[in-house]
Design a protein around this ligand. Structure first.
Ligand code: DHB
Ligand code: FE
Length: 309
């Protein structure tokens, strides 16, 4: 028999007081949320007979997550960022919005204000011997009309799975650009093929995943924010087909529509591309934006972002 005191009046009284719901003032919504979170915690303590020693181990764990700045990693690892995607997908569906490119999580490694260019850009700084990747496509609305002047904000990892800024061995802004689409809504860039990402092996996120019998790996991917006035911002990624972790992403971000065909040019001797004499890859991918709908929650997620000094 589990010990249950949740329904006793001292516990109910405690929950009402600790959340401030017994009195005026403060933030009403927050009071209700705190009441729920703490009472769910009490229930968990009861149902699993959690000991104080286990509870304080969890507090130390969360302290370490904060100290290592890994909440941005833990949340997607626990599926929470993907759950928010599923919620807004459903809200859009119920509002009749369809036909846009599927969204997927932002992840923790965006850096605001990347260098801007028109129509095209080279993302890599040439310091790394990676396989060259050409990617291009068009931004359109759900009627198929090209969106000129859309901003394709793109970021991805290097051949070791590291992101510039967060990986201080890379030059500032390496593999990060904003590209404004041309009059036909087109963008294109040259870069290098990214490698997949792995959680820091000595960090608290990986520590929990290991206890859950899980790994902390992501397939190779490229991130995008695609935005234009009057349209809902699209947060998405494309995955590199063939990756071992394509359907086994610890952050649950893979979606079938986000795995474009990748064309490998093994001989690498395209005379159109000056100086290129090694195998390279090519991806074509178009983005479809939904029009803004005032009654739906904004797709721009306001959260703390790193800013380059
Ligand atoms: C996560 C997402 C990423 O895109 C990435 O490169 C690393 C981690 C994440 O969701 O935790
Ligand atoms: Fe990433």
């Amino acid at each position: 028999m589990t010990l249950s005191i949740l329904e006793n009046s001292p516990t109910k009284d405690l929950l009402s007081k600790l959340s401030g719901l017994d009195g005026p003032g403060g933030n009403e919504r927050l009071k209700h949320v705190v009441q729920r979170v703490v009472s769910d915690m009490f229930k968990t303590i009861e149902d699993f007979d959690i000991t104080p020693v286990e509870f304080w181990a969890a507090m130390s764990y969360l302290t370490e997550v904060g100290q290592r700045n890994e909440f941005g990693l833990l949340a997607p690892g626990l599926g929470i960022e993907h759950f928010f995607d599923l919620r807004i997908d459903e809200q859009e569906k119920q509002a009749g919005l369809e036909g846009g490119t599927p969204r997927t999580i932002e992840g923790p490694l965006y850096l605001a204000d990347a260098p801007m260019s028109k129509g095209e850009a080279r993302l890599d700084d040439g310091n790394e011997q990676g396989e060259v990747l050409f990617m291009e496509g068009q931004v359109r609305d759900t009627d198929g009309k090209p969106v000129a002047g859309a901003v394709v904000d793109v970021w991805h990892a290097n051949t070791l799975g590291g992101y510039s800024f967060f990986d201080p061995s890379q030059q500032p802004w390496n593999l990060r650009r904003r590209i404004e689409t041309d009059a036909e809504g087109r963008y294109r860039f040259r870069s290098i093929l990214p490698a997949g990402y792995g959680c820091p092996p000595d960090g608290p996120t990986q520590k929990l995943l290991t206890q859950l019998g899980r790994h902390g790996q992501r397939p190779a991917h490229v991130h995008f924010f695609v935005s234009a006035p009057g349209y809902r911002q699209l947060t998405t990624q494309i995955n590199i087909a063939g990756d071992k972790f394509l359907y086994d992403d610890f952050a649950f971000a893979t979606r079938d529509e986000l795995i474009p065909a990748i064309t490998r040019h093994a001989d690498g001797t395209d005379p159109k591309i000056e100086g290129l004499n090694a195998p390279y890859s090519e991806i074509k991918f178009d983005f479809t934006l939904n029009r803004e709908v005032a009654s739906l929650p904004d797709t721009v997620v306001v959260r703390e972002h790193a800013k380059a000094a």
